[in-house]
Design a protein around this ligand. Structure first.
Ligand SMILES: C[S@@+](CC[C@H](N)C(=O)[O-])C[C@H]1O[C@@H](n2cnc3c(N)ncnc32)[C@H](O)[C@@H]1O
Length: 127
């Protein structure tokens, strides 16, 4: 079993971000990244930042894409307050972003509908 090493901070983040339905998914993804030794991760659809916060702890380099600037700024502050420096936030629509970075694991949690889902798979899947 993979142990979550930052329990107090994690509880606070869950309180701040109030994940509606990704509470368990976040923990599963955190464990998965550790188990498969993924070094780079990407979340498409940052939302309030809960899953990205976990992935930024689990991987060496994390990317988060979000169309809403307010959500990007909220998460940027969260990272700054905790001196987390391995995460890049990209503000924009996934379908409009130019992407040439290879990542080991992607969590697709943006539009949840075609054709965007398909476009994202084509664009962001491991090269
Ligand atoms: C379900 S929420 C994400 C929840 C978050 N992953 C979590 O676990 O807490 C979906 C987010 O995706 C963003 N979004 C939707 N379509 C998008 C797109 N095409 N490109 C970028 N962000 C998008 C929305 O603004 C919203 O913040």
């Amino acid at each position: 079993m993979v142990k979550v090493m930052f329990e107090d901070d994690f509880k606070e983040i869950a309180r701040i971000c109030e994940p509606a339905d990704t509470y368990a998914i976040g923990l599963v993804l955190y464990s998965l990244v550790k188990l498969i030794k993924a070094e780079t991760t990407l979340e498409i659809g940052l939302g309030d930042g809960y899953v990205s916060f976990l992935l930024s702890h689990a991987s060496q380099k994390h990317y988060a894409i979000e169309r809403r600037l307010d959500r990007c700024e909220k998460f940027r502050k969260l990272l700054k307050d905790r001196e987390i420096e391995n995460t890049t936030i990209v503000n924009g629509l996934s379908q409009n972003i130019n992407w040439d970075t290879e990542v080991d694991l992607i969590f697709q949690d943006s539009a949840h509908r075609l054709p965007i889902l398909g476009l994202e798979i084509d664009k962001f899947s491991p090269l």
